[in-house]
Design a protein around this ligand. Structure first.
Ligand code: HEC
Ligand code: HEC
Length: 294
């Protein structure tokens, strides 16, 4: 800038003194309002840097005098959410099944929690729709091995079946063939008998011989009529539902090799509240029985 500012005649503005081929550069000052905003942002920036976390250091950053932390806020929000959720869960721990059913909100909560826990823990074996697979029972129907009342289901989940729990549900379908208890002839006969009580196509003569064996060897667990017994987990052999399949070959295999389905005990992996939620969910799938049912 020259000491002697030159004023441009047309605009009336001071020039910088630079000139190219007669074209001069005007020295238009910043508008006042712009400048004030500019200074204000500087002040704001300094204030912000003092109060808020801002300047990166090697391992951390300056914390600011206000001690603000988004991370702490998120943790706090999650804690609040968890306590709210826990209030519902806590209620589940103490509420009876009737109380849960009587409280639509608690019931809805139990169903939602149970459904999501089912997807996480149970669907691998029982299928995402709880329809079951060979060796893994269908949980949608009203045919139960160990019982379909709410308390039965909750007990099954808590202690498991042939699982590690000291009070696990336990019983054994022996390997009558492999362990040499029966001859293959006897197994053939009793297989035909099971087919006959299941109302399936069978050889009547063999079945007749098998009936005697069944009464002597099998009825103690499966019952005189083959209806099964929930106390021993011996399934009903006369209904359409089979754990291991109802074809002649499947039944033969069950008798020859025995069966020992294992269902884990969930008491160590899931909280009692979650087991209650799962029991509400499984009970609601279609086969849940009333508490009064024997
Ligand atoms: C590792 C496989 C496996 C997983 C995982 C599993 N189950 Fe099972 N479950 C079984 C088997 C096998 C049986 C049948 C046991 C038997 O033959 O008595 C069974 C039986 C049951 C029964 C008893 C059915 C009846 O008719 O009495 C219920 C209820 C049940 N499961 C619910 C669940 C729930 C709820 C979960 C998730 C928390 C689950 N299961 C996870 C394998 C599994
Ligand atoms: C000590 C009790 C007990 C005795 C005795 C017994 N069973 Fe079983 N049986 C069971 C149990 C428990 C199961 C279910 C095993 C499982 O779920 O893994 C079963 C399962 C079966 C199955 C498979 C059912 C299905 O749904 O797939 C057949 C078939 C069967 N038993 C037939 C017999 C016959 C025939 C005899 C006599 C020779 C017999 N059982 C004796 C307890 C017994």
């Amino acid at each position: 800038m020259s000491d002697n500012p030159k004023i441009d005649e047309i605009s009336g503005t001071e020039t910088t003194g630079h000139e190219w081929d007669g074209i001069e550069e005007l020295n238009t000052p910043m508008p006042r309002w712009w400048l004030w905003i500019f200074y204000a942002t500087i002040i704001w920036g300094i204030g912000y840097a003092i109060l808020m976390p801002s300047i990166p250091l090697l391992k951390s950053h300056t914390k600011g005098f206000l001690g603000h932390s988004d991370r702490a806020n998120v943790i706090e929000a999650m804690e609040t959410m968890n306590t709210e959720r826990y209030e519902n869960l806590g209620q589940l721990a103490t509420a009876s099944f009737d109380e849960i059913k009587a409280d639509p909100e608690l019931f809805r909560y139990a169903m939602a929690a149970g459904k999501s826990a089912f997807g996480d823990n149970c669907a691998t074996c029982h299928g995402s729709g709880a329809q079951g697979f060979k060796g893994y029972p269908n949980l949608n129907d009203d045919i139960w091995i160990w019982g379909g009342r709410f308390e039965d289901i909750r007990h099954t989940l808590t202690v498991g079946i042939r699982a590690g729990h000291e009070a696990t549900r336990f019983s054994i379908m022996m390997a009558y063939g492999r362990d040499g208890i029966f001859s293959t002839q006897q197994i053939d006969e009793v297989t035909e008998y099971v087919l006959s009580i299941a109302n399936r196509e069978h050889d009547a003569d063999l079945a007749k011989a098998g009936a005697v064996t069944f009464a002597n060897q099998c009825a103690s667990c499966h019952g005189d009529q083959g209806y099964g017994d929930r106390n021993t987990g011996a399934p009903n052999l006369t209904d359409i539902e089979w754990i291991y399949g109802g074809e002649r070959a499947d039944i033969y295999q069950s008798i020859y090799y025995g069966r020992k389905g294992v269902m884990p005990n969930w008491n160590q992996r899931l909280s009692p509240e979650m087991i209650t939620a799962l029991s509400v969910y499984v009970h609601s799938l279609g086969g849940g029985e009333e508490a009064s049912k024997e």
